[in-house]
Design a protein around this ligand. Structure first.
Ligand code: OVM
Length: 401
């Protein structure tokens, strides 16, 4: 990274972290970012970047100084009109954030999810059985995409028609947190249609009776949120619940396909499925970055961040910071990955994380039972997104038990 030091001692860089080169492999950029200092000024976007675990963690838990309400992308809602009405969860601060958050936490909490466990485990077994029979297949498409699309939209309670819009909508949404580059441009053609479809799925009469969506509307009936808030909370599920888990699952499948000794260990100790998923979320960090906005002049490690400026937090970099993790680049089931910031940290920490873990546990358990070996069987191709670290294609071959 080309770095210079200003009078105020703040390192600067003109690297574009949203360039295709960095998106293809961000690891070298992240090493340089961390080594330069706690905060780096990215001149291209006039934003302040953090890549070290300690600083990213501190910013994530300090919602008073690092607000979300001005947007968690590059666009600053103080000065720019958001491309869609802001999320009541992601793009809101206390106190407005808290009622929608409390409602959704309960609906997506570990207790509530117990009801889904049996069905999701048998869904995973069925899917795995169908797919692994072919011996060679694209694990990104056939497992990582297929499984969330098989269980999550039903759990929310949306109709079947139009579900093919979910991934393109999410892909554009996560691109839109970045700068208005070619990735956003490519999505702009479809955004009006995709948004109209997603918004239509949030209406009460469209949603099935007992799903997450209906439970959000029931919370509005109780007065826990307002009827105006309910459709936007449903929209959060459809926005954040598909692409994230797809790429989280792709990450853990890639990790195992490239670490045969770890796959062996999972097969011997299948109760490690959840740890394996969290370790993959640390190692790959499917959500790589989010922004905050300074609510006041902030001092970080001797550097001054002025009020109103955007701060780019590199979750993926924090999750591989050697100042925090031993041998951070190793995918290792022996590690305790807890404390990783792949789901964020603090009051915005992923409200759907228990859903994601349950999907992963179901899929990995079914695979561990049926698959002795899994290995890469062709060129794995990345999918570039301004926020997500993702796979387009993961050709694998499996040896069955
Ligand atoms: C939302 C939302 C959208 C994208 C991501 C996210 C990671 C939340 O609409 O609330 O959390």
């Amino acid at each position: 990274m080309a770095v210079s030091t200003l009078a105020q001692d703040l390192p600067t860089s003109d690297v574009d972290p949203f360039s295709h080169e960095v998106l293809e492999n961000p690891i070298a950029f992240q090493v340089a970012l961390r080594d330069v200092g706690p905060v780096v000024h990215l001149t291209r976007y006039d934003v302040y970047a953090m890549g070290r675990y300690e600083d990213v963690h501190a910013a994530l838990i300090n919602w008073q100084a690092f607000q979300s309400g001005a947007g968690v992308g590059l666009s600053n809602f103080r000065y720019e009109e958001p491309w869609r009405p802001p999320s009541l969860l992601l793009e809101a601060d206390p106190p407005r954030h808290d009622a929608p958050r409390a409602v959704l936490s309960k609906i997506l909490g570990p207790r509530a999810l117990r009801k889904l466990r049996t069905a999701w485990f048998s869904d995973a077994e069925e899917l795995v059985e169908d797919v692994v029979r072919e011996r060679q297949f694209d694990a990104a498409e056939r497992l990582a995409m297929a499984f969330p699309l098989r269980v999550f939209p039903d759990a929310v309670g949306i109709p079947r028609e139009g579900r093919e819009n979910l991934l393109p909508y999410g892909d554009h949404l996560f691109n839109a947190f970045g700068p208005p580059n070619d990735l956003v441009e490519k999505g702009n053609r479809r955004v009006a249609d995709l948004s109209a479809w997603v918004n239509a799925q949030c209406a009460r009469d469209v949603l099935a009776d007992h799903g997450f969506g209906a439970q959000i509307w029931a919370a509005a009936d109780r007065g826990d949120i307002t009827p105006e808030q309910a459709p936007l909370v449903v929209r959060s599920l459809l926005s954040a619940g598909v692409d994230t888990t797809v790429h989280g699952l792709a990450a853990v499948l890639y990790a195992f396909a490239t670490h045969p000794e770890q796959w062996q260990r999972l097969r011997e100790e299948p109760y490690l499925a959840r740890v394996a998923f969290d370790e993959a979320v640390r190692w790959e960090s499917p959500v790589q970055t989010f922004f905050r906005t300074a609510t006041t002049d902030i001092e970080v490690g001797g550097a001054a961040i002025p009020d109103g400026k955007k701060i780019l937090m590199f979750l993926g970099s924090a999750n591989r910071d050697p100042r925090k993790w031993t041998d951070p680049d190793a995918f290792d089931l022996a590690r305790d990955p807890s404390g990783h910031v792949g789901f964020g940290m603090g009051l915005h920490q992923c409200v759907g994380q228990h859903v994601a873990r349950l999907e992963a546990e179901a899929l990995l358990t079914a695979l561990a039972r049926r698959v002795k070996r899994i290995e890469i069987a062709g060129p794995a191709r990345r999918h570039h997104n301004n926020t997500l670290r993702a796979w387009e294609s993961l050709p694998v071959q499996v040896e069955l038990t």
